[in-house]
Design a protein around this ligand. Structure first.
Ligand code: NAD
Length: 455
């Protein structure tokens, strides 16, 4: 049964719906980062005419020249998409021609760890004047329930000089409206076991026509869409998923610390528990949380919860446990050096891995950044190696100005610390050539050596 059998579409939505269903629709993707660029390529490969919009001129110039700026996306993929019509621009007036507009802009925390919605707000303001009747606008940025309805929609309506309004629930479909939905991005960077198009796409419209338009759009590129009853449900779904992850990682991090004291190998425990065919999903300990999602998204909800006089205790506790992990990793190095009669102060440390997790080129919120600061504060001399980062300069919360050091002469370091378990590393060789290895990821699993300290 097609969507049109379930919801009767007004004339202004029908033409857009048909183009979306036939994949001849023009799609504008705003924000060409880790989410927006792969999404643009998926849409383009499916046959849609895609135009990417960004305020970052360098990204636009790169894409127009067929270059990639994301490690895991080869330039050939951009060039193929270009041949299929992919364009990139900083000119938001071109949004007028789009049938659907998808927003994938950042949602970080402010310095006071509160939601920073400025990117969504600025995008809404730049988009509003160009919205046309019957267009669909979808927000994909992770955020607290209510953002689409209470922040995005009012800005889109206020800035639309033609006076268009969002189609509202229960109102008869009419002229002069556009449609708004929320659909969270659920990608797991570096995960090669589930193809991105096989991750079901949750869609929640401001009302049911928007839901149908969004569903038919995403069904062009995803195996399946999951319709939910509102934008708030869709927003909360993404937060539940990430909070579930954050809390479970905290649990296993805490149990790792206890297991270390008890002389129990937590990784062996997790492997054994994972054989249970129901009721257990494995999470793994590490040197702390990283990435643009898990360390940040839960705090969008805990901030919003305060408005309802509600204290999200699980989120706060998980945050506390996870944020203490880099410090534990550094203490483990200090203790390990001590057994070699070395002080942290003046020790040379090679840190393996800058990325927040294996096999990706993303260091946002990476615990490695915190670990470097902590090691340096103790007087250690730190170098790093990471095949994904030839250099590490300056970001929102760091200013390192470091260059990747080749993995050579490992015996010159007092300690080699494994912070990211990239698959490309030869751990046998690393252990063989190093004096001391502190492994926060169980990357040296199966290697027997007195030199390894697993923490
Ligand atoms: N990276 C992930 O794996 C991932 C996974 C799931 C969800 N998300 C969510 O998706 C959203 C985007 O994340 P990302 O990782 O792609 O971020 P990103 O920083 O990689 O990319 C965002 C892009 O938006 C652009 N931008 C910022 N302000 C803009 C504006 N006003 N107009 C146009 N473009 C603008 C930036 O220049 C950048 O290119 C966030 O809400 C994030 O939480 C990310």
């Amino acid at each position: 049964m097609s969507a049109t059998d379930k919801v009767s579409l007004p004339k202004i939505a029908q033409a857009r719906f048909e183009r979306l269903e036939a994949r001849t629709a023009k799609i504008g993707v705003i924000g060409l980062g880790y989410v927006g660029l792969p999404l643009s390529l998926l849409l383009s490969a499916a046959g849609f005419q895609v135009t990417g919009f960004d305020i970052d001129e360098k990204k636009v110039t790169d894409l127009e020249a067929g270059r990639s700026y994301i490690f895991r996306i080869p330039a050939e993929d951009i060039q193929t998409a270009r041949k299929q019509g992919l364009q990139a621009t900083t000119d938001f007036s071109r949004l007028t021609d789009m049938d659907a507009i998808i927003m994938c802009v950042p949602t970080p925390l402010t310095g006071h760890r509160e939601p920073d919605l400025s990117y969504i707000e600025n995008t809404a303001k730049s988009t509003a004047p160009w919205i046309r009747e019957g267009q669909l606008v979808v927000l994909e940025s992770t955020t607290y329930p209510g953002t689409t309805e209470d922040v995005l929609i009012p800005l889109l309506e206020a800035g639309n000089t033609a006076g268009l309004k969002v189609q509202t629930k229960g109102a008869a479909a009419e002229q002069g409206v556009f449609y708004v939905a929320f659909s969270p991005e659920r990608e797991d960077p570096g995960n090669t076991t589930v193809a991105r198009h096989d991750i079901p796409k949750v869609v929640g419209g401001h009302e049911e026509i928007a839901t149908e338009l969004a569903a038919v759009l995403y069904e062009g590129i995803f195996t399946r869409s999951v319709r939910v009853s509102s934008t708030r449900v869709a927003e909360m779904t993404k937060l539940l998923e990430n909070i579930y992850r954050c809390v479970n990682i905290a649990l296993v991090n805490e149990l790792k610390l206890l297991s270390l004291r008890m002389g129990v190998d937590i990784w062996e425990v997790i492997d054994a528990a994972s054989t249970k065919p129901f009721g257990f999903h494995p999470f793994y300990p590490g040197p702390g949380l990283g990435g643009h999602c898990i360390p940040i998204d839960p705090f969008y909800l805990s901030w919003k919860a305060k408005e309802y006089d509600f204290n999200t205790r699980f989120i706060e506790l998980a945050g506390e446990v996870n944020e203490a992990m880099p410090e534990h990793a550094v203490q483990a190095v200090s203790r390990a050096l001590n057994t070699h009669k070395k002080a942290m102060n003046g020790s040379k440390i090679m840190m393996l891995g800058m990325a927040y997790k294996k096999d990706i080129d993303d260091l946002r919120e990476s615990p490695s950044l915190t670990v470097i600061e902590l090691l340096r504060a103790e007087g250690a001399e730190v170098v790093y190696n990471d095949p994904y980062f030839p250099t590490v300069g300056r970001g929102r919360h760091y200013n390192l100005n470091m260059t990747c050091t080749p993995l050579e002469n490992l015996e010159q370091y007092d300690c080699v610390m494994i912070l990211t378990d990239h698959s490309d590393y030869d751990y046998e060789r690393i252990v063989r050539e190093s004096k001391l290895v502190v492994d926060t990821r169980n990357a040296t699993k199966g290697i027997k050596s007195e030199k390894i300290v697993r923490c």
